[in-house]
Design a protein around this ligand. Structure first.
Ligand code: S3P
Length: 430
């Protein structure tokens, strides 16, 4: 896929439903007894992996375009799968499904593709084992996970790292456990699970220093609607801000503050996107966004991002790096070692590809630094099977001096099938 420099972006962006929220509503619907309808469900491969795994444990799934109907007899009636569950490329799928398998009365195995099978699982194995399940893993860390379900017991767990996947995995297990499960976070992460639970008849409380669930809980089915995916929107937002004369419209974007640190950073640079039709959808803040080219962005965007900012823009860091190539003061990302544990080692894959397109960058164990005063020349990008790398460096192609060739462009389907078509529909050629 070759991306040519563009002069501007103009038009309307149709976003996929939010991937994080789609996983959560699907799993909660499967745990509930009855029929749940979910509108604007993500068309990503990752969310399809979650639906496929749920089907394998006896849940009925009917998909119609952007809507999914999930029919279940409730989490006490999950069936032993007849084969190994396949979470594909999706960390969220394996971590959420593991909770469900731990709280069921059968033995099962779950694994992923070659990328997922290299990602760390101790972070869920330790607390789920404390709750009473037994899990064995390759080298005690990696999938496949062999799980013997058990009658779980609530625990009080302080997360040793900032991870919404781990937090949510434990809240899901807490729904099936006897007694109270408390999950304490030291750094706040996305709170979609906490917001969704009351709609399914569970009431998490802020108690005992964390988020508390009193189990076991019988979940109720409900009608839910999913906002547009902010992490998918980020590529278009930054491209439109950078390209002169751009104006794009994104309808129904999820703007939950636990996801939109990027907007807060833009505001620090004096760039406020036009937000209209602001509303709540199943507790999730949503609005329509209009994005126009901004001149001041390059002068005033923060030059160093670290600490508490990182979890709330974790998936936007590759495209922030592309923005960083243009910033007047450069850009350093630090304390972001978790990036090395994503679909690819995203510190390595970002640094490698910045160099591939002619950018000087220094790599650190916990991030990277891009010196100011550079221009993207163009070149060949290695996606390394990572959807966010492929999409971030497509933005590099739009804003650079020469074309950028993206290898394995099909990997974008992991979160955003049709990404390149949407992008091309907006491009005004230079
Ligand atoms: C996600 C949480 C984040 C994020 C991932 C989706 C979620 O992962 O990077 O894309 O849906 O909870 P971690 O919780 O592992 O940081």
């Amino acid at each position: 896929m070759q991306i040519q420099p563009a002069s501007s972006l103009r038009g309307t962006v149709l976003l996929p439903g939010d991937k994080s929220i789609s996983h959560r509503y699907a799993v909660l619907a499967a745990m509930a007894e009855g029929s749940t309808t979910i509108r604007n469900f993500s068309n990503s491969q990752d969310c399809q992996s979650t639906l496929d795994c749920l089907q394998q444990i006896g849940v009925d799934i009917h998909r119609r375009e952007r809507e999914v109907e999930i029919q279940s007899q409730g989490w006490t009636e999950f069936q032993q799968p007849t084969r190994t569950l396949d979470a594909g490329n999706s960390g969220t799928t394996i971590r959420f499904l593991s909770a469900l398998l731990c709280g069921s009365s059968f033995a099962s195995t779950i694994q992923g593709d070659s990328s997922l099978n290299r990602r760390p699982m101790q972070r869920i194995i330790i607390p789920l084992t404390r709750m009473g399940a037994s899990i064995s893993a390759h080298k005690d860390e990696y999938p496949p996970l062999h799980i013997s379900g058990a009658s779980l017991q609530g625990i009080h767990y302080r997360l040793p790292l900032a991870s919404a996947q781990v937090k949510s995995c434990l809240l899901l297990a807490g729904l099936m456990a006897r007694g109270q499960t408390v999950v304490e976070e030291t750094t706040p992460t996305r709170n979609h699970t906490e917001l969704a639970l009351p709609f399914f008849n569970a009431s998490p409380k802020h108690e005992n220093g964390g988020i508390a669930i009193e189990g076991p809980v019988s979940l109720k089915p409900v009608q839910m609607e999913i906002p547009g995916d902010f992490s998918a929107a980020a590529f278009f937002i930054l491209a439109a801000l950078l390209l002169p004369d751009s104006e794009i419209h994104l309808a129904g974007v999820g703007v939950n503050p636990s996801r939109t640190a990027l907007l807060a950073l833009l505001e620090q640079a004096g760039v406020r996107l036009e937000q209209t039709n602001t509303r709540l959808s199943n507790g999730e803040p949503v609005c329509d966004l209009t994005v126009r080219h901004s001149r001041q962005l390059l002068d005033r965007f923060p030059a160093q991002i670290q600490g508490e900012w990182i979890p709330n823009l974790i998936d936007e860091i590759p495209v922030l790096a592309v923005l960083g190539t243009r910033l007047k003061r450069g850009l350093a990302i630090r304390q972001a070692e978790e990036l090395r544990k994503k679909e690819s080692d995203r510190i390595h894959s970002t640094v490698l590809n910045l160099r591939n397109i002619g950018i000087r960058v220094e790599e650190f164990p916990d991030g990277f630094a891009i010196p100011p005063g550079q221009q993207i020349g163009g070149g060949r990008v290695q996606s390394l099977g990572d959807h966010r790398i492929a999409m971030a460096f497509s933005v590099a192609g739009l804003i650079g001096l020469g074309p950028v060739e993206i290898d394995d462009p099909a990997c974008v389907s992991v979160s955003f099938p049709g990404f390149f078509e949407v992008l091309q529909s907006l491009v005004v050629k230079s």
